[in-house]
Design a binder for this molecule. Structure first.
Ligand SMILES: Cc1cc2nc3c(=O)[nH]c(=O)nc-3n(C[C@H](O)[C@H](O)[C@H](O)COP(=O)(O)OP(=O)(O)OC[C@H]3O[C@@H](n4cnc5c(N)ncnc54)[C@H](O)[C@@H]3O)c2cc1C
Length: 501
Protein backbone atom coordinates (compact mmCIF):
# COMPACT_ATOMS: atom_id res chain seq x y z
CA UNK A 1 0.00 0.00 0.00
CA UNK A 2 1.24 3.48 -0.79
CA UNK A 3 1.44 6.18 1.84
CA UNK A 4 -2.06 7.26 0.83
CA UNK A 5 -4.93 5.06 -0.17
CA UNK A 6 -6.48 5.58 -3.57
CA UNK A 7 -10.15 5.84 -3.37
CA UNK A 8 -12.89 5.04 -5.85
CA UNK A 9 -16.55 5.55 -5.01
CA UNK A 10 -19.89 4.68 -6.50
CA UNK A 11 -20.15 2.53 -9.60
CA UNK A 12 -16.55 2.92 -10.62
CA UNK A 13 -15.24 0.23 -12.89
CA UNK A 14 -13.21 -2.89 -12.92
CA UNK A 15 -10.46 -2.08 -15.39
CA UNK A 16 -9.05 0.62 -13.19
CA UNK A 17 -8.19 -1.73 -10.37
CA UNK A 18 -4.95 -2.65 -12.07
CA UNK A 19 -3.98 1.04 -12.10
CA UNK A 20 -4.31 1.55 -8.36
CA UNK A 21 -2.37 0.31 -5.39
CA UNK A 22 -5.40 0.43 -3.14
CA UNK A 23 -9.01 1.09 -3.97
CA UNK A 24 -11.55 1.90 -1.32
CA UNK A 25 -14.97 1.52 -2.82
CA UNK A 26 -17.35 3.51 -0.65
CA UNK A 27 -20.98 2.82 -1.47
CA UNK A 28 -23.90 4.57 0.13
CA UNK A 29 -26.06 1.52 -0.50
CA UNK A 30 -25.86 -1.78 1.37
CA UNK A 31 -24.43 -4.85 -0.39
CA UNK A 32 -26.92 -5.54 -3.18
CA UNK A 33 -25.97 -9.19 -3.16
CA UNK A 34 -27.28 -9.63 0.36
CA UNK A 35 -30.90 -10.79 -0.06
CA UNK A 36 -31.94 -9.11 3.18
CA UNK A 37 -31.22 -5.73 1.60
CA UNK A 38 -33.46 -6.34 -1.39
CA UNK A 39 -35.88 -5.29 -2.69
CA UNK A 40 -34.31 -1.87 -2.69
CA UNK A 41 -36.32 1.25 -3.12
CA UNK A 42 -35.17 1.59 -6.74
CA UNK A 43 -35.45 5.01 -8.25
CA UNK A 44 -34.18 3.59 -11.51
CA UNK A 45 -35.80 1.16 -13.91
CA UNK A 46 -35.42 -2.57 -13.25
CA UNK A 47 -33.87 -3.34 -16.62
CA UNK A 48 -32.06 -1.29 -19.20
CA UNK A 49 -30.64 -1.38 -22.69
CA UNK A 50 -26.96 -2.20 -22.92
CA UNK A 51 -25.36 -1.28 -26.23
CA UNK A 52 -21.96 -1.34 -27.94
CA UNK A 53 -20.41 1.54 -25.98
CA UNK A 54 -21.16 -0.09 -22.65
CA UNK A 55 -19.99 -3.49 -23.85
CA UNK A 56 -16.85 -1.97 -25.38
CA UNK A 57 -16.00 -0.31 -22.07
CA UNK A 58 -16.49 -3.62 -20.27
CA UNK A 59 -14.26 -5.32 -22.88
CA UNK A 60 -11.53 -2.85 -21.98
CA UNK A 61 -11.65 -4.14 -18.42
CA UNK A 62 -9.69 -7.07 -19.84
CA UNK A 63 -11.88 -9.49 -17.95
CA UNK A 64 -13.44 -11.43 -20.85
CA UNK A 65 -15.25 -13.78 -18.47
CA UNK A 66 -16.99 -10.74 -16.93
CA UNK A 67 -18.23 -9.53 -20.33
CA UNK A 68 -19.36 -13.03 -21.28
CA UNK A 69 -21.17 -13.59 -18.01
CA UNK A 70 -23.04 -10.29 -18.48
CA UNK A 71 -23.90 -10.95 -22.12
CA UNK A 72 -25.37 -14.42 -21.47
CA UNK A 73 -27.84 -12.81 -19.09
CA UNK A 74 -29.17 -10.37 -21.68
CA UNK A 75 -31.98 -10.53 -24.22
CA UNK A 76 -31.26 -9.19 -27.72
CA UNK A 77 -33.67 -6.53 -29.00
CA UNK A 78 -33.38 -6.20 -32.80
CA UNK A 79 -35.79 -3.34 -33.24
CA UNK A 80 -38.81 -1.46 -32.07
CA UNK A 81 -42.27 -2.93 -32.22
CA UNK A 82 -44.71 -0.11 -32.79
CA UNK A 83 -48.17 -0.81 -31.44
CA UNK A 84 -51.23 0.92 -32.83
CA UNK A 85 -54.77 0.41 -34.10
CA UNK A 86 -55.91 -0.63 -37.58
CA UNK A 87 -58.62 1.31 -39.41
CA UNK A 88 -61.08 -1.33 -38.21
CA UNK A 89 -60.00 -0.79 -34.62
CA UNK A 90 -57.98 -3.96 -34.02
CA UNK A 91 -54.56 -3.73 -32.31
CA UNK A 92 -51.62 -3.80 -34.73
CA UNK A 93 -47.88 -4.38 -34.33
CA UNK A 94 -45.33 -3.09 -36.88
CA UNK A 95 -41.67 -4.00 -36.40
CA UNK A 96 -38.96 -1.42 -37.22
CA UNK A 97 -35.48 -3.00 -37.27
CA UNK A 98 -32.85 -0.95 -35.44
CA UNK A 99 -30.16 -1.73 -37.92
CA UNK A 100 -29.81 -2.71 -41.54
CA UNK A 101 -26.95 -5.09 -40.62
CA UNK A 102 -29.07 -6.94 -38.05
CA UNK A 103 -27.25 -5.67 -34.97
CA UNK A 104 -29.14 -5.42 -31.70
CA UNK A 105 -29.17 -3.76 -28.30
CA UNK A 106 -29.53 -5.95 -25.22
CA UNK A 107 -31.96 -5.86 -22.31
CA UNK A 108 -30.04 -6.36 -19.08
CA UNK A 109 -31.21 -6.63 -15.50
CA UNK A 110 -29.87 -3.67 -13.51
CA UNK A 111 -29.56 -5.62 -10.25
CA UNK A 112 -27.88 -8.57 -11.99
CA UNK A 113 -25.36 -6.29 -13.69
CA UNK A 114 -24.48 -4.54 -10.41
CA UNK A 115 -24.03 -7.90 -8.70
CA UNK A 116 -21.74 -9.20 -11.46
CA UNK A 117 -19.56 -6.09 -11.19
CA UNK A 118 -19.36 -6.36 -7.40
CA UNK A 119 -18.48 -10.08 -7.62
CA UNK A 120 -15.65 -9.32 -10.03
CA UNK A 121 -14.31 -6.45 -7.94
CA UNK A 122 -14.41 -8.56 -4.81
CA UNK A 123 -11.95 -11.01 -6.38
CA UNK A 124 -9.31 -8.29 -6.62
CA UNK A 125 -6.79 -8.16 -3.81
CA UNK A 126 -6.43 -4.37 -3.91
CA UNK A 127 -10.15 -3.58 -3.67
CA UNK A 128 -11.94 -3.07 -0.35
CA UNK A 129 -15.71 -2.46 -0.02
CA UNK A 130 -17.27 -0.03 2.43
CA UNK A 131 -21.05 -0.33 2.20
CA UNK A 132 -23.40 2.19 3.84
CA UNK A 133 -20.73 4.90 3.67
CA UNK A 134 -22.13 8.23 2.59
CA UNK A 135 -19.82 10.98 1.36
CA UNK A 136 -20.64 14.13 3.31
CA UNK A 137 -17.67 16.39 2.66
CA UNK A 138 -14.38 16.64 0.79
CA UNK A 139 -11.31 18.84 0.74
CA UNK A 140 -9.87 18.46 -2.73
CA UNK A 141 -6.75 20.44 -1.92
CA UNK A 142 -5.95 18.56 1.26
CA UNK A 143 -7.18 15.29 -0.35
CA UNK A 144 -9.43 14.32 2.51
CA UNK A 145 -13.02 13.10 2.43
CA UNK A 146 -15.58 12.55 5.15
CA UNK A 147 -18.14 9.78 5.23
CA UNK A 148 -21.09 9.03 7.47
CA UNK A 149 -21.20 5.37 8.34
CA UNK A 150 -24.79 4.20 8.53
CA UNK A 151 -26.19 0.88 9.58
CA UNK A 152 -28.82 1.26 6.85
CA UNK A 153 -28.87 3.88 4.07
CA UNK A 154 -32.29 5.10 5.18
CA UNK A 155 -31.05 5.68 8.73
CA UNK A 156 -31.86 9.30 9.56
CA UNK A 157 -29.16 11.78 10.30
CA UNK A 158 -29.77 15.09 12.04
CA UNK A 159 -29.89 16.33 15.63
CA UNK A 160 -29.70 13.32 17.92
CA UNK A 161 -29.42 10.92 14.98
CA UNK A 162 -25.99 11.72 13.64
CA UNK A 163 -24.38 8.62 12.16
CA UNK A 164 -20.71 8.28 13.12
CA UNK A 165 -18.27 9.81 10.64
CA UNK A 166 -14.83 8.85 9.37
CA UNK A 167 -12.09 10.76 7.59
CA UNK A 168 -10.34 9.21 4.61
CA UNK A 169 -7.20 10.39 2.80
CA UNK A 170 -6.88 9.77 -0.89
CA UNK A 171 -4.81 10.48 -3.98
CA UNK A 172 -7.67 10.50 -6.44
CA UNK A 173 -11.38 10.44 -5.75
CA UNK A 174 -13.61 9.10 -8.53
CA UNK A 175 -17.10 10.43 -7.88
CA UNK A 176 -19.66 8.15 -9.52
CA UNK A 177 -22.44 8.93 -7.08
CA UNK A 178 -25.32 9.67 -9.40
CA UNK A 179 -27.36 12.68 -10.46
CA UNK A 180 -27.42 14.25 -6.99
CA UNK A 181 -23.70 13.70 -6.57
CA UNK A 182 -22.11 14.86 -3.33
CA UNK A 183 -18.70 14.59 -5.02
CA UNK A 184 -19.82 17.11 -7.66
CA UNK A 185 -21.30 19.40 -5.03
CA UNK A 186 -18.02 19.56 -3.13
CA UNK A 187 -15.91 19.68 -6.30
CA UNK A 188 -17.83 22.78 -7.38
CA UNK A 189 -16.41 24.66 -4.40
CA UNK A 190 -12.92 24.16 -5.83
CA UNK A 191 -13.33 24.06 -9.62
CA UNK A 192 -14.95 26.94 -11.49
CA UNK A 193 -17.83 24.83 -12.66
CA UNK A 194 -20.56 25.64 -15.13
CA UNK A 195 -23.52 23.60 -14.11
CA UNK A 196 -27.09 23.29 -15.34
CA UNK A 197 -29.92 21.13 -14.14
CA UNK A 198 -33.34 20.84 -15.73
CA UNK A 199 -36.33 18.75 -14.77
CA UNK A 200 -38.21 18.05 -17.98
CA UNK A 201 -41.99 18.07 -17.86
CA UNK A 202 -42.22 14.29 -17.88
CA UNK A 203 -42.86 11.76 -15.14
CA UNK A 204 -42.42 8.01 -15.40
CA UNK A 205 -44.03 5.07 -13.68
CA UNK A 206 -43.05 1.44 -13.97
CA UNK A 207 -45.49 -1.40 -14.82
CA UNK A 208 -44.97 -5.13 -15.36
CA UNK A 209 -46.42 -7.43 -17.98
CA UNK A 210 -46.26 -10.84 -16.30
CA UNK A 211 -45.31 -14.05 -18.16
CA UNK A 212 -48.15 -16.03 -19.73
CA UNK A 213 -49.82 -18.92 -17.90
CA UNK A 214 -47.54 -21.24 -19.90
CA UNK A 215 -44.64 -19.22 -18.49
CA UNK A 216 -43.68 -17.63 -21.77
CA UNK A 217 -43.34 -14.07 -23.08
CA UNK A 218 -46.71 -12.58 -23.93
CA UNK A 219 -45.28 -10.46 -26.79
CA UNK A 220 -42.10 -10.69 -28.87
CA UNK A 221 -39.09 -10.77 -26.52
CA UNK A 222 -36.71 -9.49 -29.20
CA UNK A 223 -38.18 -6.02 -29.55
CA UNK A 224 -38.43 -2.87 -27.52
CA UNK A 225 -42.19 -2.33 -27.61
CA UNK A 226 -43.55 1.19 -27.98
CA UNK A 227 -47.08 2.48 -27.81
CA UNK A 228 -46.49 6.02 -29.13
CA UNK A 229 -49.20 8.54 -28.26
CA UNK A 230 -47.94 11.99 -29.26
CA UNK A 231 -47.16 13.69 -25.96
CA UNK A 232 -46.76 10.48 -23.99
CA UNK A 233 -45.92 6.83 -24.53
CA UNK A 234 -45.76 3.39 -22.97
CA UNK A 235 -42.77 1.11 -23.55
CA UNK A 236 -41.93 -2.49 -22.64
CA UNK A 237 -38.52 -4.18 -22.34
CA UNK A 238 -38.14 -7.97 -21.92
CA UNK A 239 -36.75 -9.51 -18.74
CA UNK A 240 -35.14 -12.90 -18.24
CA UNK A 241 -38.08 -14.19 -16.16
CA UNK A 242 -40.24 -13.72 -19.32
CA UNK A 243 -42.01 -10.70 -17.96
CA UNK A 244 -41.69 -7.21 -19.45
CA UNK A 245 -40.68 -4.14 -17.50
CA UNK A 246 -42.81 -1.33 -18.85
CA UNK A 247 -42.71 2.42 -18.38
CA UNK A 248 -45.38 5.03 -18.83
CA UNK A 249 -43.81 8.40 -19.71
CA UNK A 250 -45.97 11.50 -19.83
CA UNK A 251 -46.32 15.13 -18.78
CA UNK A 252 -47.07 15.92 -15.13
CA UNK A 253 -50.57 17.11 -16.07
CA UNK A 254 -51.34 13.66 -17.53
CA UNK A 255 -50.27 11.96 -14.30
CA UNK A 256 -52.38 14.39 -12.26
CA UNK A 257 -55.37 13.65 -14.43
CA UNK A 258 -54.87 9.89 -14.13
CA UNK A 259 -55.17 10.11 -10.36
CA UNK A 260 -58.72 11.48 -10.64
CA UNK A 261 -61.39 8.86 -10.61
CA UNK A 262 -64.38 10.21 -12.53
CA UNK A 263 -67.00 7.77 -11.24
CA UNK A 264 -67.44 4.13 -10.30
CA UNK A 265 -67.49 3.01 -13.95
CA UNK A 266 -64.93 5.24 -15.66
CA UNK A 267 -61.33 5.69 -14.76
CA UNK A 268 -59.02 7.99 -16.73
CA UNK A 269 -56.26 5.40 -16.31
CA UNK A 270 -58.25 2.67 -18.03
CA UNK A 271 -59.47 5.13 -20.66
CA UNK A 272 -55.86 6.08 -21.39
CA UNK A 273 -54.85 2.45 -21.90
CA UNK A 274 -57.90 1.62 -23.99
CA UNK A 275 -57.62 4.66 -26.24
CA UNK A 276 -53.87 5.00 -26.62
CA UNK A 277 -52.19 1.73 -25.68
CA UNK A 278 -54.24 -0.87 -27.56
CA UNK A 279 -53.86 -4.53 -26.67
CA UNK A 280 -52.57 -4.04 -23.13
CA UNK A 281 -55.75 -4.22 -21.01
CA UNK A 282 -56.78 -6.97 -20.30
CA UNK A 283 -54.59 -9.25 -22.47
CA UNK A 284 -51.18 -8.21 -21.18
CA UNK A 285 -52.02 -6.57 -17.83
CA UNK A 286 -55.33 -7.02 -16.02
CA UNK A 287 -57.51 -4.01 -15.28
CA UNK A 288 -56.94 -4.41 -11.56
CA UNK A 289 -53.15 -4.73 -11.97
CA UNK A 290 -52.94 -1.57 -14.03
CA UNK A 291 -54.58 0.34 -11.17
CA UNK A 292 -52.53 -1.37 -8.48
CA UNK A 293 -49.23 -0.83 -10.27
CA UNK A 294 -49.97 2.82 -11.05
CA UNK A 295 -50.87 3.47 -7.41
CA UNK A 296 -48.07 1.38 -5.90
CA UNK A 297 -45.09 2.37 -8.06
CA UNK A 298 -43.57 5.82 -7.66
CA UNK A 299 -44.12 8.57 -10.21
CA UNK A 300 -40.62 9.85 -10.76
CA UNK A 301 -39.16 12.88 -12.50
CA UNK A 302 -36.49 13.00 -15.21
CA UNK A 303 -33.50 15.25 -14.91
CA UNK A 304 -31.01 16.59 -17.41
CA UNK A 305 -27.66 17.68 -15.96
CA UNK A 306 -24.73 19.29 -17.72
CA UNK A 307 -21.49 20.13 -16.01
CA UNK A 308 -18.09 21.46 -17.05
CA UNK A 309 -15.34 20.65 -15.99
CA UNK A 310 -15.56 17.04 -14.87
CA UNK A 311 -12.50 17.29 -12.63
CA UNK A 312 -10.49 19.46 -10.28
CA UNK A 313 -6.71 19.55 -10.47
CA UNK A 314 -5.32 16.04 -9.95
CA UNK A 315 -7.50 15.04 -7.02
CA UNK A 316 -11.07 14.40 -8.24
CA UNK A 317 -12.94 13.41 -11.36
CA UNK A 318 -16.66 12.78 -11.56
CA UNK A 319 -18.29 10.23 -13.85
CA UNK A 320 -21.64 8.86 -14.99
CA UNK A 321 -24.85 10.60 -13.94
CA UNK A 322 -22.80 12.80 -11.60
CA UNK A 323 -21.56 14.67 -14.69
CA UNK A 324 -24.30 14.12 -17.18
CA UNK A 325 -27.56 12.65 -16.01
CA UNK A 326 -29.55 12.39 -19.20
CA UNK A 327 -33.14 11.48 -19.99
CA UNK A 328 -33.45 7.75 -20.77
CA UNK A 329 -34.84 7.94 -24.30
CA UNK A 330 -31.67 6.96 -26.14
CA UNK A 331 -30.87 4.17 -23.67
CA UNK A 332 -27.44 5.75 -23.29
CA UNK A 333 -27.08 6.97 -19.67
CA UNK A 334 -25.30 3.90 -18.36
CA UNK A 335 -23.59 3.24 -21.71
CA UNK A 336 -22.19 6.78 -21.80
CA UNK A 337 -21.09 6.46 -18.17
CA UNK A 338 -19.19 3.26 -18.90
CA UNK A 339 -17.68 4.84 -22.02
CA UNK A 340 -16.51 7.82 -19.95
CA UNK A 341 -14.60 5.44 -17.71
CA UNK A 342 -12.88 3.81 -20.69
CA UNK A 343 -11.91 7.17 -22.15
CA UNK A 344 -10.74 8.57 -18.82
CA UNK A 345 -8.32 5.71 -18.33
CA UNK A 346 -7.06 6.01 -21.89
CA UNK A 347 -6.14 9.61 -21.07
CA UNK A 348 -4.46 8.60 -17.82
CA UNK A 349 -2.44 5.95 -19.69
CA UNK A 350 -1.56 8.30 -22.56
CA UNK A 351 -0.22 10.82 -20.05
CA UNK A 352 1.93 8.17 -18.42
CA UNK A 353 0.26 8.57 -15.03
CA UNK A 354 0.90 4.94 -14.17
CA UNK A 355 4.30 4.63 -15.81
CA UNK A 356 6.83 2.89 -13.61
CA UNK A 357 9.46 4.83 -11.61
CA UNK A 358 7.55 8.12 -11.52
CA UNK A 359 8.02 10.28 -8.44
CA UNK A 360 4.89 11.30 -6.49
CA UNK A 361 4.91 14.92 -7.72
CA UNK A 362 5.45 13.77 -11.32
CA UNK A 363 2.44 11.47 -10.98
CA UNK A 364 0.32 14.36 -9.74
CA UNK A 365 1.40 16.63 -12.59
CA UNK A 366 0.74 13.94 -15.17
CA UNK A 367 -2.64 13.23 -13.63
CA UNK A 368 -3.65 16.90 -13.58
CA UNK A 369 -2.75 17.15 -17.29
CA UNK A 370 -4.61 13.92 -18.08
CA UNK A 371 -7.77 15.04 -16.25
CA UNK A 372 -7.73 18.44 -17.95
CA UNK A 373 -7.34 16.79 -21.37
CA UNK A 374 -10.10 14.30 -20.51
CA UNK A 375 -12.54 17.08 -19.54
CA UNK A 376 -11.77 19.02 -22.73
CA UNK A 377 -12.41 15.92 -24.82
CA UNK A 378 -15.43 14.51 -23.02
CA UNK A 379 -17.58 17.55 -22.20
CA UNK A 380 -18.79 18.19 -25.79
CA UNK A 381 -19.80 14.54 -26.11
CA UNK A 382 -21.55 14.47 -22.73
CA UNK A 383 -23.55 17.57 -23.64
CA UNK A 384 -24.31 16.21 -27.07
CA UNK A 385 -25.79 12.90 -25.89
CA UNK A 386 -27.92 14.83 -23.38
CA UNK A 387 -29.41 16.79 -26.29
CA UNK A 388 -29.80 13.73 -28.52
CA UNK A 389 -31.61 11.90 -25.72
CA UNK A 390 -34.12 14.75 -25.42
CA UNK A 391 -34.69 14.71 -29.19
CA UNK A 392 -35.18 10.95 -29.18
CA UNK A 393 -38.17 11.31 -26.86
CA UNK A 394 -40.01 13.05 -29.69
CA UNK A 395 -38.89 10.33 -32.11
CA UNK A 396 -40.15 7.53 -29.84
CA UNK A 397 -43.46 9.00 -28.75
CA UNK A 398 -44.50 10.40 -32.13
CA UNK A 399 -42.04 10.44 -35.07
CA UNK A 400 -41.89 6.63 -35.36
CA UNK A 401 -45.35 6.86 -36.93
CA UNK A 402 -44.52 9.69 -39.32
CA UNK A 403 -43.94 8.94 -43.04
CA UNK A 404 -41.09 11.49 -43.21
CA UNK A 405 -39.23 9.70 -40.40
CA UNK A 406 -39.73 6.36 -42.15
CA UNK A 407 -38.63 7.69 -45.54
CA UNK A 408 -35.44 9.12 -44.06
CA UNK A 409 -34.73 5.86 -42.24
CA UNK A 410 -35.33 3.90 -45.46
CA UNK A 411 -33.05 6.12 -47.58
CA UNK A 412 -30.24 6.14 -45.01
CA UNK A 413 -30.43 2.40 -44.47
CA UNK A 414 -30.55 1.67 -48.20
CA UNK A 415 -27.42 3.77 -48.76
CA UNK A 416 -25.76 2.11 -45.75
CA UNK A 417 -26.56 -1.36 -47.14
CA UNK A 418 -25.84 -0.90 -50.86
CA UNK A 419 -23.30 1.93 -50.93
CA UNK A 420 -21.33 1.46 -47.69
CA UNK A 421 -18.44 3.48 -49.16
CA UNK A 422 -20.57 6.64 -48.80
CA UNK A 423 -20.46 6.22 -45.02
CA UNK A 424 -24.17 6.80 -44.49
CA UNK A 425 -25.94 5.37 -41.46
CA UNK A 426 -28.87 6.33 -39.27
CA UNK A 427 -28.09 8.33 -36.16
CA UNK A 428 -29.55 5.53 -34.04
CA UNK A 429 -27.18 2.89 -35.44
CA UNK A 430 -24.16 5.17 -35.04
CA UNK A 431 -25.06 5.87 -31.41
CA UNK A 432 -26.04 2.33 -30.45
CA UNK A 433 -23.79 0.10 -32.54
CA UNK A 434 -20.54 2.04 -32.70
CA UNK A 435 -18.08 3.95 -30.58
CA UNK A 436 -17.85 7.14 -32.65
CA UNK A 437 -17.91 10.35 -30.59
CA UNK A 438 -21.44 11.58 -29.94
CA UNK A 439 -20.51 15.06 -31.17
CA UNK A 440 -19.21 13.65 -34.48
CA UNK A 441 -22.40 11.65 -34.89
CA UNK A 442 -24.53 14.75 -34.41
CA UNK A 443 -22.47 16.61 -37.05
CA UNK A 444 -22.73 13.70 -39.46
CA UNK A 445 -26.50 13.40 -38.92
CA UNK A 446 -26.97 17.11 -39.61
CA UNK A 447 -24.89 16.82 -42.77
CA UNK A 448 -26.92 13.83 -43.98
CA UNK A 449 -30.14 15.68 -43.17
CA UNK A 450 -29.04 18.69 -45.24
CA UNK A 451 -28.05 16.51 -48.19
CA UNK A 452 -31.38 14.68 -48.03
CA UNK A 453 -33.33 17.92 -47.82
CA UNK A 454 -31.40 19.36 -50.79
CA UNK A 455 -31.98 16.18 -52.80
CA UNK A 456 -35.70 16.33 -52.03
CA UNK A 457 -35.85 19.97 -53.11
CA UNK A 458 -33.98 19.08 -56.32
CA UNK A 459 -36.35 16.18 -57.06
CA UNK A 460 -39.40 18.35 -56.32
CA UNK A 461 -38.02 21.15 -58.53
CA UNK A 462 -37.36 18.60 -61.30
CA UNK A 463 -40.92 17.29 -61.08
CA UNK A 464 -42.42 20.76 -61.02
CA UNK A 465 -40.07 21.89 -63.81
CA UNK A 466 -40.88 18.79 -65.92
CA UNK A 467 -44.61 19.22 -65.35
CA UNK A 468 -44.37 22.94 -66.12
CA UNK A 469 -42.48 22.25 -69.36
CA UNK A 470 -45.16 19.79 -70.47
CA UNK A 471 -47.90 22.31 -69.75
CA UNK A 472 -46.04 25.04 -71.61
CA UNK A 473 -45.57 22.80 -74.70
CA UNK A 474 -49.30 21.95 -74.73
CA UNK A 475 -50.21 25.61 -74.32
CA UNK A 476 -47.97 26.58 -77.27
CA UNK A 477 -49.45 23.91 -79.60
CA UNK A 478 -53.02 24.60 -78.50
CA UNK A 479 -52.59 28.30 -79.24
CA UNK A 480 -51.98 27.48 -82.93
CA UNK A 481 -55.70 26.81 -83.60
CA UNK A 482 -59.07 28.39 -82.73
CA UNK A 483 -60.54 27.77 -79.22
CA UNK A 484 -56.99 27.17 -78.01
CA UNK A 485 -57.72 27.94 -74.36
CA UNK A 486 -60.55 25.38 -73.97
CA UNK A 487 -58.54 22.80 -75.97
CA UNK A 488 -55.53 23.34 -73.71
CA UNK A 489 -57.63 23.04 -70.58
CA UNK A 490 -59.31 19.88 -71.84
CA UNK A 491 -56.13 18.01 -72.82
CA UNK A 492 -54.38 19.04 -69.63
CA UNK A 493 -57.39 18.00 -67.55
CA UNK A 494 -57.50 14.57 -69.24
CA UNK A 495 -53.80 14.07 -68.57
CA UNK A 496 -54.14 14.98 -64.90
CA UNK A 497 -57.09 12.62 -64.57
CA UNK A 498 -55.11 9.79 -66.24
CA UNK A 499 -52.12 10.26 -63.93
CA UNK A 500 -54.34 10.49 -60.89
CA UNK A 501 -55.76 7.01 -61.46
C1 LIG B 1 -36.34 5.11 -16.31
C2 LIG B 1 -34.88 5.02 -16.67
C3 LIG B 1 -34.48 4.16 -17.68
C4 LIG B 1 -33.13 4.09 -18.05
N1 LIG B 1 -32.77 3.27 -19.08
C5 LIG B 1 -31.49 3.21 -19.48
C6 LIG B 1 -31.10 2.34 -20.55
O1 LIG B 1 -31.91 1.64 -21.13
N2 LIG B 1 -29.78 2.33 -20.92
C7 LIG B 1 -28.86 3.12 -20.30
O2 LIG B 1 -27.68 3.07 -20.70
N3 LIG B 1 -29.20 3.95 -19.28
C8 LIG B 1 -30.48 4.00 -18.86
N4 LIG B 1 -30.84 4.83 -17.82
C9 LIG B 1 -29.80 5.68 -17.20
C10 LIG B 1 -29.00 4.90 -16.16
O3 LIG B 1 -29.87 4.36 -15.21
C11 LIG B 1 -28.01 5.81 -15.48
O4 LIG B 1 -27.31 6.57 -16.43
C12 LIG B 1 -27.01 5.02 -14.65
O5 LIG B 1 -27.66 4.28 -13.66
C13 LIG B 1 -26.01 5.98 -14.00
O6 LIG B 1 -25.10 5.24 -13.23
P1 LIG B 1 -24.24 5.98 -12.13
O7 LIG B 1 -23.41 4.91 -11.52
O8 LIG B 1 -23.56 7.16 -12.70
O9 LIG B 1 -25.28 6.54 -11.07
P2 LIG B 1 -26.32 5.74 -10.17
O10 LIG B 1 -26.83 4.54 -10.87
O11 LIG B 1 -27.29 6.76 -9.69
O12 LIG B 1 -25.45 5.22 -8.94
C14 LIG B 1 -24.93 6.12 -8.00
C15 LIG B 1 -24.40 5.34 -6.78
O13 LIG B 1 -23.80 6.26 -5.88
C16 LIG B 1 -24.30 6.03 -4.57
N5 LIG B 1 -24.30 7.30 -3.84
C17 LIG B 1 -25.14 8.36 -3.97
N6 LIG B 1 -24.82 9.35 -3.12
C18 LIG B 1 -23.74 8.91 -2.43
C19 LIG B 1 -22.94 9.49 -1.39
N7 LIG B 1 -23.18 10.72 -0.90
N8 LIG B 1 -21.91 8.75 -0.90
C20 LIG B 1 -21.64 7.50 -1.38
N9 LIG B 1 -22.36 6.92 -2.37
C21 LIG B 1 -23.39 7.61 -2.88
C22 LIG B 1 -25.71 5.46 -4.78
O14 LIG B 1 -26.11 4.70 -3.66
C23 LIG B 1 -25.49 4.59 -6.02
O15 LIG B 1 -25.00 3.33 -5.67
C24 LIG B 1 -32.17 4.91 -17.41
C25 LIG B 1 -32.58 5.77 -16.37
C26 LIG B 1 -33.91 5.82 -16.00
C27 LIG B 1 -34.31 6.77 -14.91
Amino acid sequence: MEDTGRNIRGTAPIDESSHFNQIKLNLFCPDLRDTSTTPLNFTKSINLALSERGINALRHSQHPQLVNSIIVETIPMYGRMIHGLSTTGTPTQSPQAYDVHGRHISAVDRGGLNKRLLDELEKMPNVEFFFNHKLTGADFQGRKAWFEVRRQPEEKSGPGHRAPGIEVSFDLLLGADGAHSAARYHMMKYAQTNFSQEYIDTLWCEFTIPPSLEHDFRISPNHLHIWPAGDFMFIAIPSLDKSFTCTLFGPTSLFENLKNKKDAYHSPLEDLFTEHFPGIIPDLISRQDVHEQFNRNPHLPLINIKCNPHHFDSSVVILGDATNAIVPFYGQGMNAGLESVRILFEFLDDHGVYAANKKADEVQQARAAALAAYTAYRVPDAHCIADLALQNYIEMRSDVRSPIYRIRKFVEETLDRYLPGLGWATQYSRVSFGNERYSKIAQQTNKQGKILAMSLVAVAAGLIGGGGGLLARRWYHARQGPGWLSKWLMTTGREVEKRGR
